[in-house]
Design a protein. Structure first.
Length: 288
């Protein structure tokens, strides 16, 4: 089984801001903006529900109106059933294309493998009826959701009549080329030799916890991570693709420090080489 650390949501290059952590600890991963055309996405931020909010309020408040509630959103991954009105066949789904999809394909990502989504987050406060950034809190890379693959589907040339429930999704709605691929979630999570306790095949962590933070404490750069001790490279093998240079890794008494790459969307870990990752993943999911 492979675990893929997958960078998704608002950041300094896409959206220009982090995603918010609300005062009660709830995390909201904001999907990146789409081009201002319904040909790219039929979904606007104001269409996307998040508990008592719609995402139009979040993006408008937190970007100072630079991105409006009516701006089109690239809702991907789409793993919360409550986000939109759904057809009964709907399942959580994630799409990838281009170089990033080539990386997943070349590393043999397949059914049973698990995406762990992470993004850039910062605390927000309520002020004068609006959400504002808490400038005293740090920006950090935080894990916010997961998806275990049930089906890998190459969109170009597939029988789309079987996937009418996904017609809204950007990777079905827009032509991303011959490398366009979607990953459809399992109904229930299944991990090797580990009881998953009836966990769903895809979901979000409802509240922030230090357990979900990748960025090391006191670090000024969000790309400076603190991971468990077992992450340190061994036997000539590196736990994460794109991080083969040994000088990126450092053992410390508190764990393993990683200077993670600034760019790249999908970092792949093979649990055959690092079996401790399965129990680590189970702990993350059960602690949600």
């Amino acid at each position: 089984m492979k675990i893929i650390l997958s960078r998704k949501g608002f950041d300094s290059s896409s959206g220009g801001k982090p995603s918010p952590i609300l005062p009660d600890g709830r995390m909201v991963s904001l999907p990146i903006p789409s081009k201002q055309s319904p040909k790219q996405s039929p979904i606007r931020y104001k269409d996307i529900l998040w508990q008592e909010y719609n995402l139009g309020r979040f993006v408008s408040d937190l970007t100072g109106g630079r991105i409006s509630a009516s701006h089109f959103a690239h809702l991907d991954p789409d793993i919360r059933s409550e986000s939109l009105s759904r057809l009964s066949e709907w399942r959580p789904i994630f799409g990838q294309t281009g170089k990033a999809q080539g990386h997943l394909r070349n590393n043999g990502v397949q059914a049973g493998d698990v995406f762990l989504f992470f993004g850039l987050f910062q605390n927000v406060i309520q002020s004068s009826g609006k959400l504002k950034w808490d400038t005293s809190s740090p920006r950090r890379h935080v894990l916010w959701g997961w998806l275990q693959i049930d089906e890998v589907l190459k969109v170009d040339g597939c029988n789309l009549s079987k996937y009418k429930w996904a017609k809204y999704h950007p990777h079905f709605h827009c032509n991303f080329g011959i490398n366009n691929t979607v990953y459809i979630a399992r109904k229930n999570l299944k991990l090797p030799a580990v009881s998953s306790g009836g966990l769903t095949g895809a979901g979000v962590f409802p509240r922030f916890s230090e357990q979900l933070v990748l960025t090391a404490p006191t670090m000024t750069k969000t790309s400076q991570w603190l991971l468990p001790q077992w992450f340190y490279p061994r036997d000539g093998k590196c736990p994460l693709t794109y991080h083969k240079k040994l000088d990126r890794w450092q053992r410390t008494k508190n764990g393993t420090r990683l200077n993670s790459v600034a760019k790249g969307q999908e970092f792949i870990l093979d649990t055959n080489d690092f079996p401790e990752a399965i129990e680590w993943l189970r702990g993350l999911l059960e602690g949600k």
